[in-house]
Structure formats: structure tokens, C-alpha cells
Design a protein around this ligand. Sequence first.
Ligand SMILES: [Zn+2]
Length: 79
Amino acid sequence: MFGDQTYDPNCIKELFLPFDLIHQEPVSAEQVLDFVARERGIDRRNESSFSAYHFPKVVDESELLDGERCGLCFRPFRR
Ligand SMILES: [Zn+2]
């Protein structure tokens, strides 16, 4: 979740992929977020230490609403 939108892992990766990582080996969304968090001095493991408007927070699959869609590609999270 970033801001008031929820994104799938692929799209959140696109949104946050830093320039330095573009030409490297394929990386996962988690690796990208870990990298960006480190650069910004954000402790991803302590979600109460930052706002979802500054850095994305993890959403558990069980927290998704029925028919909720990705904020970027608009694909539904569940089919
Ligand atoms: Zn998406």
C-alpha cells in the first residue's frame, strides 16, 4: 500500500525501481523496496515508524477487499 492506493508487487517495483538498479540483474519487488528504504533511512520492519504516504507498507492478502484493483495497472488482486 502506498498513499491511499494498493499496488501489486510488480507495479510497486516499477514505481520504486531506482536508476542504479535498472541495469542490474532482475530484482524482486522486495529487493527494490529494501534498497530504496535503506537509501532513505527507513526501517521497513517497523511500519509504525513511517507513513504509507512516504513509503509503501505491506498489505496482507487477507486485508484486500473483494474486487480491489491495483492502483497502477488496475488488474484485480483476486480472480
Ligand atoms: Zn499492477
